[in-house]
Design a protein around this ligand. Structure first.
Ligand SMILES: *Cc1c(COP(=O)(O)O)cnc(C)c1O
Length: 469
């Protein structure tokens, strides 16, 4: 590794007077900036030649791990399949250069795409209408709950302020209900990981007339299909509540079943998880909300214009490129791949809920607990072998959660390679536990002290220099 280029900040590579750019001659004259708004000193920008800049950022980018470098089995929030053609289509200048304020008669094509995407989503989910406005999954949850709140208010049913959320739910569910000004009431899961219908019955008998909605994720956060939905849906509707479907990870459902047919009234979809769009680090995303007929008049204005149009473009391109015929294969393949990994590893990793899963499943650490090797250690050791770590210590239902989602688009060879490495790590945990506990060894930065990082975060370059002196 070239140390001069690697591990330095661009500021440390700066040499006074170096230039890595040339700008065209100014053809516009100088704008007269009032003296009190002008800088007293020049901005302290780094001064580097062109090749130093190119190499610095290229080397930094090579330290990023992404779906284009290797297998990325991050459960729950992972990116599924992000075909490159969707990127090309979203970047077409005819669409990418649109301005939201340009005359409506010049944007008919973009509007048609929004309409056709909504129509496709209706067909895939069995719901009646979609809005593309929400910018993320959590934003979609809030939008959907606002629809539900408005619906009850429109009937003069103002006392309905409770939202039932299973204890296995994604943290955004209770958070969105709270932001919407509703109260949360938790329903427990059974030891098999699905909603406890008896507990729900008790809860509905005590609070029936206050229930606004029940939020469900299916497959749930353990990757399990909630088989009691027909019964749950009936109970909640009889109590006067609506059913909300968290469809952030819809891929295992594609071609298998539809939330609308299961009796759900409102749902959101994370286009950025299920329908392409590389995401991470907070964006970009889109969380369209779909509703049953009659509820569309309660759609609130949650964003200006048409939401995140470039994400909608990718989703529509994704749906069209798979087509009616192949989109049906997404769910079964995602399910097959996850179950294949689960069955191939369950003799060495602890499988607390041993049943058929959907697109993902959860191990509770290594089976052999005597080695002292934790889920964190396994995750770190995977990095040495060139794999991204699975989701760890989530869900909170187990102490050593290791949540694996392979997605539908990986080859058998890739998946077999991952299985072999997971088995190798289990073996190393027995023969050389220290090797696993001190991993990673091959990455640019070794094991970081994450307690120190939380207790004493170093957030500026100056602070780093001071700490090192
Ligand atoms: C990712 C996810 C969300 C939240 O989506 P964001 O786009 O991150 O806001 C909600 N529910 C589930 C089940 C998720 O996996």
């Amino acid at each position: 590794m070239n140390n001069r280029l690697y591990g330095n900040l661009i500021f440390e590579l700066s040499q006074e007077g170096r230039k890595g750019y040339s700008l065209p001659k100014n053809r516009f004259g100088n704008y007269d900036i009032p003296a009190e708004l002008r800088r007293k000193d020049d901005a302290a920008l780094p001064e580097c030649d062109e090749m130093t800049v190119v190499r610095h950022y290229t080397n930094l980018s090579a330290n990023n791990f992404g779906v284009d470098n290797g297998f990325y089995p991050l459960g729950s929030c992972t990116m599924k399949y992000n075909p490159k053609i969707d990127e090309e289509i979203a970047a077409l200048p005819q669409f990418a250069n649109l301005h939201p304020l340009q005359p409506a008669e010049t944007t008919k094509g973009a509007e048609a795409i929004c309409t056709l995407l909504c129509k496709s989503l209706c067909e895939l989910t069995g719901l009646y209408a979609f809005t593309l406005k929400p910018f993320a999954g959590a934003h979609g949850e809030l939008t959907g709950l606002m629809v539900i709140k408005k619906y009850h208010e429109s009937r003069g049913d103002d006392a309905r302020r409770l939202v039932i959320v299973p204890d296995s739910a994604h943290g955004t569910n209770p958070a969105s209900a709270a932001v919407c000004g509703l109260d949360i009431i938790e329903v427990k899961s059974l030891s098999n990981g699905t909603v406890d219908v008896e507990a729900l019955k008790t809860l509905l008998s005590e609070h029936g007339s206050e229930i606004a909605a029940m939020m469900m994720t299916n497959p749930n956060t353990l990757g399990l299909f909630e088989r009691q939905i027909p019964m749950i849906e009936k109970m909640v509707h009889e109590a006067g509540g609506l059913m909300y479907y968290d469809g952030a990870n819809l891929n295992p459902m594609l071609g298998a079943c539809r939330p609308g047919d299961m009796g759900f009234d409102v749902m959101h979809i994370n286009l950025h998880k299920t329908f392409s769009t590389p995401h991470g680090g907070g964006g970009p995303g889109a969380g369209p909300v779909g509703v049953r007929k009659g509820l569309e008049r309660f759609f609130p204005e949650v964003s200006p214009y048409h939401g995140n149009f470039a994400v909608a473009m990718r989703a529509y391109a994704y749906i069209l490129s798979l087509g009616r015929e192949h989109i049906k294969e997404v769910g079964p393949l995602a399910t097959l791949n996850a179950n294949y990994i689960k069955e191939s590893l369950k003799d060495v990793y602890e499988l607390p809920i041993d049943t058929t899963c959907c697109h993902e499943f959860v191990f509770d650490g290594l089976k052999d607990k005597s080695t002292g090797v934790t889920t964190m250690d396994v995750a770190k050791r995977l990095l040495d072998y060139g794999y991204h770590a699975p989701t760890i210590y989530f869900p909170l239902l187990f102490h050593e959660s290791l949540m694996i989602e392979p997605t539908e688009n990986e080859s058998k060879e890739t998946i077999d390679g991952f299985i072999a490495v997971m088995r190798k790590i289990a073996e190393e945990a027995k023969t050389d536990p220290e090797l696993v506990k001190s991993a990673p060894h091959n990455t640019p930065i070794g094991r970081v002290d994450d307690v120190l990082a939380a207790k004493h975060p170093v957030t500026t370059y100056k602070q780093m220099l001071n700490d090192n002196n």
